[in-house]
Structures are given as C-alpha cells and as structure tokens.
Design a protein around this ligand. Sequence first.
Ligand code: PHE
Length: 336
Amino acid sequence: MIEHIEGAADAALVRVAAAATADEVRALEAELLGKRGPFAGFKSGLAGLATVDEKRSAGQAVNDATAAVAEGLDLRRRELAKAERATQLAAERIDLTEVMTRPRRGHAHVVTQAWERLEDVFIGLGFQIAEGQHVETDWYNFEALNMPRDHPARSMHDTFYVQHGEEGEPGSTVLRTHTSPVQIRVMQTVPPPIYMVMPGRVFRNETTDATHLAVFHQLEGLVIDRGITLADLAGTIESFTKAFFGADFGSRLRPSYFPFTEPSAEFDIQTPSGQWLELGGCGMVHPNVLRAGGLDPEEWSGFAFGFGIDRMAKERHAIADVREMYSNDLRFLEQF
Ligand code: PHE
C-alpha cells in the first residue's frame, strides 16, 4: 500500500507542476486533496489493514503524501503568480529612451547673460550691487536728479505715467525712465563711501526700432567718497572697458550734458580695429543731487555713469536689430 501511496503522490506532483493557471491549480487541489481524492481513499483503506504496525506506517505515508502534495500546490501557485506579475510588467513597460536621450535645457537670455557678466566685472572692481524699483515717484526719477517740473531735459524722457489710487496726483508716479533714481535711494540709505552699481529695467514711451526699445535695461554706477575727481571717473571707465571687452579696447570721455552731473560726458569705447562706439553717459554728481540724497557736497564728492545693458549685448554679439532679442524666437535665442 505504501508503494501505491508514494506512486500516487509522485503522479499528483507531476500534474501539479504542469498546471498552467491558478484555476487549474485550484481544480487540482479539489481533485487531489478533496473527499473523493486518492489520499482520502487511502485513508479509509487503512481500516482494512491487518496489523497496527501496518496501519501506523501506511497512515504516516498518507500524511506525508498529503503534505507533499499540498506543498507542491502552494509552490506552483506562487510560481504562477510570479510569472503573471512578470508578464504584466513586461506588457505595461513604457520605453522612455526617446524622451530621455535629448533633454532640452534652457539657458539664460542673452541680455541676462550680459547683465550677469557686467555684475561680475564690477564686483571684481570692488563694487556692490543694488536694485531699485520699476515704479518711481516723479521726485526720485526727476526732481531729486536736478530736473524740476519745467526743466527742458524732461522732454528727452518720454515718460509712462502710472495712475495709482483715487487721490494719486496725476503725473506724480512714473515707470522709471532710467536707473538714476536708484542713486538717490542708495545715497539715502547707505552711508558713504559708496561704490555701487545698480542694474535694472527701465521704460520709455517711444516707438521701437532697430536701436530703441520701450522696455530696456540700464546699469547705473555711483561712487561717493572724499576727494573723488574726474580722473577717478575716467580711470574707472577705462578699467571697466578693459575688464569687460578686453585689454585691447580703450575708452574716452566726450563733453556732454546731463542735469544730474556737472561736468558731464558721454563715454565711448574704442574697438581693436580703431572704431569708436558710444556707450553711455557719466559725470561728477551735481551738488543738488548729493543734497537730495542727504549728503553734504562740502564733505562728499563722487561720480556716476549709466549705460544700456541691451546695447552691450547687441554690440558684443553684433546683433543687427535689438527687437530680435525680445521676439521669443528660440532659433535666434539659442545662438547665445
Ligand atoms: N541716466 C542717464 C540716461 O539714462 C545716463 C547717466 C547716468 C548719465 C549717470 C550720467 C550719469 O541717459
């Protein structure tokens, strides 16, 4: 009988191992281990055995066989579940290599690059950075800069006015037309000596063309100390020119006029080919401006300069039309 039991167990395990689905495993379990299964049959056959010893060893064999088959069923169930999971994973797999191989990274805009490089150069020359605000009062943008209401120089600044609040006096609030108002804010808050550059966005109500934008960027410079002279201004412009453009560039000052500086000058740079390019304005800070900033002109003197950042980017990359820089055309912007 024991041989029969072991034979039945082997046959059962072969069938279990061949089960292809969870349903088949369940059906086999019912058939093999159920009430009408072979092992239940062997169990009831035990009673017909002659000796107690025979009954004990055959009984043990039935128990072992049942346990082996139950274990085989369990194992097969786990194998099938694992295979099913693997099939599912394979079916749901998504190939991302097409998206992954060419990640598109953006980069700083050509004007931002010029802005950051300018800051780096001035920090290298010992300057600090300050930023003002886009919306200014008439006082900071004009009056404090020695341009009272009826000053003719105001007509050079085509101004955007901002209407603010019910009681806001018309014309009292503007979009700053230059970064010079930040000079006043710095003088009012930073005790001298001051060595500061102030980059930022400015606004002028004018028609755009290849060399003019209504929204553009300037970098203002302000130095306030004891005994500052025009020679310090010229030397600073020269050092900046060589640091930013290269040692083979030069600079010069040409007499000019600004209400907030006296004397005033335009500054030009000379390219290695000998060509002169007008870059910006500068001069010794006017005593009225020092006073507006809360400083005593008898004690402090200084110089200021200002130029267009967009212009710098335009010259550096030989861009024909400044409007291109703001057309948001990636084919253009990706070149820089
Ligand atoms: N604010 C002047 C402009 O916008 C530039 C300037 C700045 C000139 C500082 C002199 C001194 O044209």
